[in-house]
Each structure stands twice: as C-alpha cells, then as structure tokens.
Design a protein. Structure first.
Length: 107
C-alpha cells in the first residue's frame, strides 16, 4: 500500500478504481468532495499523529528534492496547511489494515 501526496489540482472522478494505498490531497479550495469518486474511498481528516508525521515528512522530502515553493509555503505555515489536507482511504484497504492490527494485538 503506497502513499501519495498531491499538492496540485485533481480532476473529476479522482480515486475511481483506487483499491490500495493512501493519498493525501491538498484541498485548499475544498473541491475534493465534488471531484472524488466516493464509491470506493472515504475522505478523512489528517488527524492521527502517525498520519501527520508521515505527511509532513513526505512534503519535506519533496521540498528537499525539488525546491518546490508550494512545499516550502505549506511547511512554513504548517498548522494552517495541515487542516487543508484530506486523507483518501480506500475502504477495502482500510479493512485490511484493521484486520492486520487485530491480528497483531492478538499475537
């Protein structure tokens, strides 16, 4: 299950056929809900500490490799920027992750 960050616009029907992995979308204009195919995915806030750390690390690496002014701006105002991100979680993938957590606790 890969992880992806999108700092640019997404097109209509985003996430159609998305069955694995997680996408973090910078949804500064709150358009994702209208553009996203929600038959297979849930849109969630980025609120878990591990998700916040993962997202920030991915943006920091993007800045390091590309010198992206967008990434720099987001990191500079991180507390506000974080609230503009949406976590796109495929339902099937979420179910698999939950089952793995249950098995790990039982072991």
């Amino acid at each position: 299950g890969g992880r992806t960050v999108v700092l640019g616009p997404v097109g209509r029907n985003f996430a159609a056929g998305m069955s694995g992995g997680i996408a973090y979308i910078w949804d500064q204009h709150k358009k994702l809900g209208r553009l996203c195919n929600k038959e297979m995915v849930d849109l969630e806030t980025v609120s878990a500490d591990e998700d916040i750390a993962e997202l920030k690390s991915m943006i920091e690496k993007h800045l390091q490799y590309t010198q992206s002014s967008v990434a720099q701006r987001l990191l500079h105002d991180w507390n506000n920027a974080l609230h503009q991100f949406v976590k796109v979680m495929p339902r099937d993938f979420k179910r698999v992750l939950e089952e793995q957590k249950k098995k790990a606790k039982a072991a």
